[in-house]
Design a protein around this ligand. Structure first.
Ligand code: ZN
Length: 423
């Protein structure tokens, strides 16, 4: 399973690639892609999916109508913090070709220095054909080129180990190479065009993301951990995919949501604080009345990473609420509902874990630390469906490389499968 997880992580440098990969895998597992813009008709006990940008929803219709049997829903997010290159502002400076960046979400800046970075993203390509003009989106990766954000030498910044501030605009400019005859503003576009075999003039719009170029790698003397870019939340994307792809149809409709834009607050058409999921559920239900009845019989398990206790900062956790890597799934609760915390579902998750033979770890943050949020509370508020937040323990959340335990990812897959298998 670890090899499969590594393969998935290494195939998905951006949210767009993650959505692409999920669609590719789900389609080959028999899920039929639907167009949101046309009328839908469903067969019972059948598999469907919808893609919206970096988000995907896939489901297996139940043997009974949803107003009688409800939905069993699980959610994750495809995005992770990253740096976006302002490619048109690239310039030569000090003999180098450099580009300023824009920060997506809340990364730990210091972790982005001095490592091989990959440029990946999506191109909007226009083509003229018999049936007129057509624009298509092409994800790309610059597989052969690596770039770097060099730190300043210690001798030129002797206070660096005392917590030197990083100004994102001035200090995170990425070095793309040496200054030469290239036009700095089109250098990246030309490289991207070559990588996907299109003419540079056909690119009407482009997004260039920076991501860690090193693949996911086992760590720990026995290989018991895994260190990788974007484990928050691609590890959950993977366990949910595995559980849904292997699920058998039930009376209940089983549904998985991979949202985009969690790291920037979820307030986009493909994020959790949108009508995306609610409208989709309404279409499956068939009427507002059926949807209201279905919601009362449904449950959402929201999966996102939980802070594992850090051996060098143990005082950041309460002792009884200090999850460890490899210790099993984490039930995340917050009295202010920054994590979705349905009491009934908390009990339900504990029972599922007990029956599956997993210990449950628990995370409640220290009273002097306000937790980050997840998609859970947004899905709960948008749909009116009882929701609980769970996840794998994770070290170094929002570092360019995070560390988790594959055994916990496996456990979350099993718990998700057990949740789907209940009648
Ligand atoms: Zn997350």
């Amino acid at each position: 399973m670890t090899d499969q997880l590594i393969d998935f992580l290494d195939t998905c440098p951006t949210a767009y690639h993650t959505a692409d990969e999920l669609v590719r895998r789900l389609t080959s597992s028999g899920f039929v892609p639907l167009d949101e813009g046309v009328a839908w008709a469903f067969e019972p006990r059948s598999r469907y999916l919808v893609r919206r940008g970096g988000a995907v929803v896939a489901w297996i219709t139940g043997g009974r109508p949803v107003e009688d049997a409800g939905f069993r829903i699980t959610t994750a997010h495809t995005d992770s913090p990253f740096l976006r290159i302002k490619h048109a502002a690239a310039q030569t400076a000090g003999g180098y070709l450099v580009a300023p960046i824009e920060v997506y979400g809340s990364p730990i800046y210091s972790t982005w220095f001095d490592r091989e970075l990959e440029v990946a993203g999506v191109l909007a390509v226009v083509s003229e054909g018999d049936r007129g003009r057509r624009t298509r989106l092409l994800p790309f990766r610059l597989a052969d080129a690596r770039v770097v954000i060099p730190s300043l030498a210690y001798h030129l910044n002797r206070s660096v180990n005392d917590g030197a501030a990083v100004n994102a605009h001035d200090h995170l400019r990425v070095v793309l190479g040496s200054a030469d005859d290239r036009d700095p503003r089109s250098a990246l576009k030309e490289a991207a065009a070559r990588s996907v075999g299109v003419g540079v003039d056909s690119i009407i719009h482009a997004e260039f993301h920076l991501c860690d170029a090193r693949g996911a790698a086992p760590t720990g003397l026995a290989g018991e951990f895994l260190t990788a870019h974007g484990l928050d939340n691609k590890a959950a994307c993977f366990s949910i995919y595995r559980a849904l792809a292997n699920a058998e149809p039930r009376d209940t409709t089983l549904l998985a949501v991979w949202y985009d834009h969690e790291e920037i607050g979820s307030r986009t058409p493909s994020g959790a604080e949108s009508v995306f999921l609610r409208r989709l559920l309404e279409r499956i239900a068939g009427s507002p009345e059926a949807m209201a009845r279905a919601a009362a019989r449904s449950a959402i398990v929201s999966q996102d990473a939980a802070h594992a206790v850090h051996p060098n900062y143990t005082n950041k956790h309460d002792r009884a609420y200090a999850p460890v890597l490899g210790g099993g799934p984490v039930l995340k609760t917050d009295v202010n509902q920054r994590y979705a915390a349905s009491v009934e579902l908390a009990a339900h998750i504990r029972l599922l874990c007990r029956e599956a033979g997993f210990a449950v770890q628990e995370l409640i943050n220290r009273a002097d630390n306000r937790p980050g949020s997840t998609v859970g509370p947004f899905s709960a508020a948008q749909t009116g469906i009882a929701t609980i937040d769970v996840g794998i323990p994770l070290l170094a959340m929002h570092s360019v490389r995070e560390t988790a335990a594959p055994s916990d990812v496996n456990a979350m897959t099993d718990i998700t499968s057990a949740f789907f298998a209940e009648e």
